[in-house]
Design a protein around this ligand. Structure first.
Ligand SMILES: Nc1nc2c(ncn2[C@@H]2O[C@H](COP(=O)(O)OP(=O)(O)O)[C@@H](O)[C@H]2O)c(=O)[nH]1
Ligand SMILES: [Mg+2]
Ligand SMILES: [Zn+2]
Length: 287
């Protein structure tokens, strides 16, 4: 049968069938790594258990690199990447840039959410708006939310196909999802608790169906989301604001890293692009 992987921990996955029934599955070695959002063919072994036999082709896969440089798939078949930040833990624009670039590279639509807005007084709100203005200017949608009161949260689910919430641990990703699933148990969470997967809730990526349609994936906090081994051409293109200037450098193979006649350096000097974003690009290039 066909199924959708709604949670995964190591070689154990929760697979949902066409009727919404969940089974705890192991996977054959031959399937390769299975992640949340994967479409699979699987066989039931009874008792809400089964075996994944094959992973179907992925439309997209969001990868991350851990501190020793190994790449790990985080989730598959994603349309939207929602980068969640908050006043606390402190906003990290370089981290935001890496998530945005990772989303652009897989052609998913990125957007930003600033959660925990209740922590800010009017002056703090104004300062926060100043700090994220650059993203609005580039054309990214920015929403402000409070997961505790639910303020601004409902808008997040609008026009969602398959989205993933990413961002530092503690910014409120899981709280936002709980808000969007108001009157029902988080069924997957409950089942993964019963099965023992729940012991790993902080390290398990989980997909939820929203009542209004669309799916949202909760991912564990990644302290340091890295991008590695990205081709410089693809990386420059992943900085959406750079695109109008690409192809205008003196050298056709310019890496936009202090080369003379670099159109991006010139654009930054003329304030046509944000020099912080160029620095962010160069940080990734050198990592
Ligand atoms: N004040 C405030 N606290 C929040 C908000 N959203 C989440 N929190 C708190 O922040 C902490 C981390 O939330 P959690 O959803 O686990 O973050 P995650 O690690 O990103 O999933 C918890 O103690 C939440 O109660 C919010 O909008 N305002
Ligand atoms: Mg969480
Ligand atoms: Zn250049």
């Amino acid at each position: 049968m066909d199924g959708l992987v709604v949670a995964n921990y190591g070689s154990t996955s929760l697979v949902e069938d066409g009727q919404g029934q969940l089974s705890l599955c192991t996977s054959r070695k031959s399937t390769g790594r299975i992640v949340c959002g994967d479409r699979v063919t699987w066989r039931s072994t009874g008792n809400a258990e089964g075996v994944i036999e094959k992973r179907l082709d992925r439309r997209t896969v969001l990868q991350r690199h851990d501190s020793n440089g190994k790449s790990r798939p985080l989730a598959a078949n994603i349309d939207q990447v929602i980068v969640v930040s908050a006043p606390e833990p402190p906003l990290d624009r370089y981290l935001i840039d890496r998530y945005l670039a990772a989303a652009e590279i897989i052609s998913a639509t990125p957007s930003l959410v600033i959660n925990k807005m209740d922590l800010l007084d009017p002056t703090g709100i104004r300062l926060m708006q100043d700090r994220i203005r650059e993203y609005r200017e580039i054309g990214y949608q920015v929403s402000f939310t409070c997961a505790l009161s639910g303020k601004g949260v409902e808008e997040l689910s609008g026009r969602l196909k398959v989205g993933i919430l990413v961002g530092q641990s503690g910014v409120g990703k899981s709280s936002l999802i709980k808000r969007l699933l108001p009157d029902r148990d988080i069924a997957v969470g409950t089942l993964s608790d019963a099965s023992g997967l729940g012991r790993h809730t902080t390290t398990t990526t989980t997909l939820y169906h929203l009542p209004g349609g669309g799916d949202l994936i909760d991912s564990p906090g990644v302290r340091d989301f890295r991008l590695r081994d990205v081709d410089p051409v693809a990386l420059a293109h992943a900085f959406r604001d750079f695109r109008p200037f690409l192809g205008q450098c003196r050298f056709h193979n310019c890496r936009h890293d202090r080369e003379p006649g670099c159109a991006l350096s010139i654009a930054a000097r003329n304030c046509e692009i944000n020099s912080r974003r160029l620095k962010s690009y160069r940080n990734i290039l050198h990592s």
